[in-house]
Write a protein that binds this ligand. Structure first.
Ligand SMILES: Nc1ncnc2c1ncn2[C@@H]1O[C@H](COP(=O)(O)OP(=O)(O)OP(=O)(O)O)[C@@H](O)[C@H]1O
Length: 696
């Protein structure tokens, strides 16, 4: 194991010289930089704390994890410190960039097997270390595998990692919906029993496919579809025909990871003994094979960004091609989508498949084949014979199932449909389900380690507090203050409490009761997922809205909304008869409700934004300062809000136009009638004149 140098990196921005950007994430930009006193090139991740104000806990977790870890295959931070509105995280500079960037620049069809084996072995070593120390990475993907100039491989990005030693709220986070859909394990999507380290093994298998093909399976599909396909279809794998260039042991290794039942996946430790990794070579080999001839990272990053911008302009994104946009987001590895009914429908009915998803579970890998592990003792877990423990619906010709099939796919879940969709909506979660039974999984629970983590957590807290003083304190405690409003906002309520009742003391019990009551009345299980920079981790006694970085949010531990009044509201509004809290509710009865909720929610959102604008205009500063959440609300999705506003105007114009056309037609008819009458009268006149003439 590498022992990190004892040298202390300066914690002052003036000791660093910031160069070009080399990477960009949901919440940060990463720059190449020079540490002046050491004359050493480093990478500095510049996190805009204002942008991730809601997720300081996430930031703290990332910084903390990165400072504590000590393994050659895990990217650690040298130090971190605030600089103006930003937090700077100083790290070793990984000059090769991420595997995703390398593939995009030079290997669009993926890497050769020895390269893949080498990369994956290093990543697996990182996972063995992390898992042994109680961490689930939760975001293993090519975009988070970094390479330095010597070919050393490090797993990066701990923004969404979780520690299995955590208790209470942090523990609950293992029941949250984090990750990026293509790489996300089915049990993470399902949100049923929690998940454990095995979620990383699934993502690892998907990453193997990503490295082999240049993209992750289903990457061309929008997120909703990815979720459905992952849950409903057989797991993806290396295809017998298409992937002839790969060895049987590679196919077996992937198949072993991509088993839907997490218990049947090998541990990272066991997987490392798989024969496939015998193909692995040295770091120098990697540097020689995939880094030679590449442009400097900053240049590549600039080119990729330019290409991306070009793509956006030329691929109809500006004209509303959501499929392209969605794919583009995948490409960037950023995944926070704005779900709404139209999107879901469109997404579920998109495009023809050519991803070569195997219809059978892992074709080309015989169940009778040797399990592929180089370990005589490893007899407990065989690669599955029929590894799909879920009802598998055959993939249609086009590789997709239309929205109507959402129902059947829900029906095919061996679980409660609402639970399965919970990640999309603010369906509150039963507290009982929040503690993962898998937490008991055989990790070496080291109390020293735990106390180290806790102590360090306090240090980091203190460090950040020292630097940010009260402001940070306030923002850290912001969730407690905003919970009533926020909770209802996420749950589809119309207005935060202090807008409805600005003089109420939001911290007072009376108000809490009021908020609670309102929550009961207005909670409708809906709550759009808003695209946002960084998710948050909000918690309170009455209901936790746990959000995670750039991906999805989920509400947990809230029993209160499961009231009859809530269901009445939903049902009466939607005309659906199902009770949303009934575990055995049928998919057919749930779906219309869900659709209706989404529709209702979009409308509510429009109303909310209008009301907020109105209130802010009317009350000016008073409203501004008294309601932080309203401002956040506006920030949450300005693009989509604007889009909706424009759409509403457009609809209005269209309607006006249509009624004008109708009016015009009606007038034309009247006109024609008048003309006919006029002609008739004319003729009559002529006749009278004629008769008069004759008589005279
Ligand atoms: N130490 C480093 N050296 C070189 N490049 C780096 C380094 N750290 C990160 N990068 C690049 O910057 C990108 C963004 O970094 P990072 O993933 O940490 O940001 P993030 O906001 O957490 O991103 P995301 O939300 O997409 O996971 C990475 O994908 C990688 O390409």
């Amino acid at each position: 194991m590498e022992h990190m140098s004892e040298k202390r990196y300066p914690v002052n921005a003036k000791d660093y010289k910031l160069y070009e950007a080399v990477g960009e994430g949901v919440s940060a930009t990463v720059h190449r930089a020079l540490c002046i006193p050491f004359n050493e090139t480093v990478a500095i991740k510049v996190l805009d704390l204002e942008k991730c104000n809601n997720d300081l806990d996430g930031v703290r977790r990332e910084v903390q994890t990165m400072s504590l870890i000590n393994h050659p295959n895990v990217l650690k931070s040298h130090c971190s410190f605030p600089n103006g509105p930003n937090l700077w995280v100083v790290m070793p500079y990984m000059a090769g960039g991420s595997c995703l960037h390398i593939m995009k620049s030079a290997f669009p069809e993926g890497f050769e097997e020895p390269v893949i084996a080498t990369l994956l072995r290093e990543v697996l070593k990182a996972l063995v270390y992390l898992h042994a120390h109680g961490h689930i990475h939760r975001d293993v993907k090519a975009g988070n595998i970094l390479i330095d100039s010597s070919g050393a491989v490090k797993l990066a990005d701990f923004g969404v990692s979780a520690c299995m030693f955590d208790t209470g709220d942090r523990q609950r986070s293992r029941n949250t919906f984090v990750g990026t859909p293509c790489w996300m394990a089915p049990e993470v999507m399902q949100q049923l029993h929690g998940y454990d380290f095995k979620a990383d093994i699934w993502s690892f298998g998907i990453t193997a496919l990503e490295l082999a093909h240049g993209h992750a399976p289903f990457s061309k599909y929008p997120p909703m579809k990815v979720l459905l396909m992952t849950l409903q279809n057989a797991p993806p794998g290396l295809d017998y025909e298409r992937d002839k260039r790969f060895t049987k042991s590679f196919k077996e290794m992937v198949a072993a990871c991509l088993v839907k039942d997490p218990k049947k996946r090998p541990t990272s430790e066991k997987l490392l003994k798989h024969n496939f990794f015998k193909h692995a070579r040295s770091n120098e080999y990697l540097a020689r094979t995939i880094l030679d001839g590449l442009a400097p990272l900053g240049e590549r990053f600039r080119m990729l960004k330019a290409k991306e911008a070009d793509f956006l302009v030329h691929n109809k994104v500006l004209n509303g091609d959501k499929e392209q946009l969605s794919q583009q987001e995948y490409i960037r590895g950023i995944s926070a989508w704005n779900f709404n009914l139209d999107d879901l429908k469109a997404q579920a009915a998109l495009i023809h498949d050519d991803v070569g998803v195997s219809n059978m579970e892992h074709p080309g890998v015989s169940s009778k084949e040797k399990d592929g592990y180089d370990d005589a003792s490893s007899t407990t877990e065989k690669p599955p014979k029929t590894v799909n423990h879920f009802n598998v619906t055959p993939i249609q010709e086009d590789g997709l199932n239309d929205l109507q099939d959402v129902e059947s796919s829900l029906a095919s879940f061996p679980i409660r449909p609402l639970q399965a969709l919970k990640g999309y909506f603010d369906v509150c979660e039963d507290e009982n389900t929040t503690s993962s039974p898998n937490c008991k999984y055989s990790i070496q629970s080291d109390s020293d380690q735990q106390s180290l983590v806790q102590t360090s957590s306090m240090e980091v807290d203190q460090e950040i507090k020292n630097c940010y003083g009260d402001n940070l304190e306030k923002s850290s405690s912001l969730p407690k203050y905003v919970i009533p409003g926020r909770q209802k906002f996420f749950s589809g309520s119309i207005l935060p409490d202090n807008i409805l009742s600005p003089h109420k003391n939001v911290n007072g019990d009376g108000d809490r009761d009021y908020g609670h009551l309102k929550s009961q009345i207005e909670h409708n299980y809906s709550g759009q997922l808003y695209r946002q920079k960084r998710d948050m981790d909000v918690d309170d006694a009455s209901g936790a809205v746990i959000q995670r970085k750039g991906r999805f949010k989920v509400t947990s531990a809230d029993h209160t909304p499961k009231s009859a009044s809530t269901n009445c509201l939903v049902n009466s509004a939607c005309g659906a008869s199902s009770s949303l809290t009934t575990p055995n509710v049928s998919a057919a009865s749930v779906l219309p409700s869900l659709q209706c909720i989404l529709q209702q929610n979009a409308k509510q959102k429009e109303q909310i934004i209008k009301l907020i604008k109105y209130v802010e205009q009317s009350f000016g500063h008073q409203a501004e300062s008294s309601d932080a959440s309203s401002t956040e609300l506006l920030q949450i999705s300005p693009a989509s809000a604007r889009e909706k506003e424009l759409q509403a105007q457009l609809n209005h114009l269209q309607q006006s136009f249509e009624s004008l056309v109708e009016e015009l037609q009606r007038l034309k008819v009247v006109n024609a009638q008048l003309e006919r009458q006029f002609n008739a009268l004319n003729k009559q006149d002529e006749r009278i004149e004629k008769v008069n003439k004759e008589q005279s």
